[in-house]
Write a new protein. Structure first.
Length: 190
């Protein structure tokens, strides 16, 4: 990693995980395999910040630790990349197991339980699907009816009016780091 840490992908240690590495990696990983409109690719870091924001809107009373979990929901992709769902399915259970080990290490590193409760995971997934719907129609060339069929119709209606913006990777990295720092501070972490 750029931090100098050596991360064992098969047996990741929370001690080898740094938020700067995560933010940097995710800011340079393109969602939608880079097949989006705009001057910059839409990064996993940008998506993660959006998912955390949406999670806060749909679960406003959720503890801050679950907002942090929402921000970090795709953190393993900083080292294993973002594969579209059909490719993940074709790769098989090995990919899912590696992703789960990395996610557990990330969670432990930042004071979260290795695995979040099922109800929280479902709320994060809901925010993730709303984000995917917005991305699909605004930057990935999908019609609204295609996005509705694949990701469901976002509710409440106000979420459908959110506007995405594509930004330079280093700007997105800074935003991701800032959001992470604010959540950690608000949670009382040192």
């Amino acid at each position: 990693m750029l931090s100098g840490r050596r991360l064992d992908l098969l047996d990741p240690s929370p001690l080898d995980i740094e938020i700067e590495d995560i933010a940097h990696g995710l800011a340079f990983v393109a969602r939608w395999n880079g097949q989006t409109y705009g001057e910059f690719p839409y990064s996993v870091a940008e998506h993660s910040v959006l998912v955390e924001h949406i999670f806060g809107l749909i679960a406003p009373k959720a503890p801050l630790k679950w907002r942090l979990a929402a921000l970090l929901h795709d953190a393993p992709e900083y080292v294993i990349g973002d594969m579209i769902s059909p490719v993940k399915a074709a790769v098989g259970p090995g990919y899912k197991a590696m992703d789960a080990r990395l996610m557990a290490a990330v969670h432990i590193r930042f004071g979260l339980p290795a695995e979040v409760p099922k109800t929280v995971k479902q709320q994060i997934k809901r925010a993730d699907r709303i984000s995917a719907w917005l991305e699909a129609i605004q930057i990935a060339g999908f019609s609204e009816s295609e996005a509705n069929r694949l990701f469901g119709i976002p509710k409440p209606e106000a979420l459908r009016k959110m506007q995405l913006s594509l930004r330079a990777p280093m700007e997105v990295k800074a935003d991701f780091l800032s959001r992470h720092a604010a959540l950690m501070k608000d949670m009382g972490a040192p």
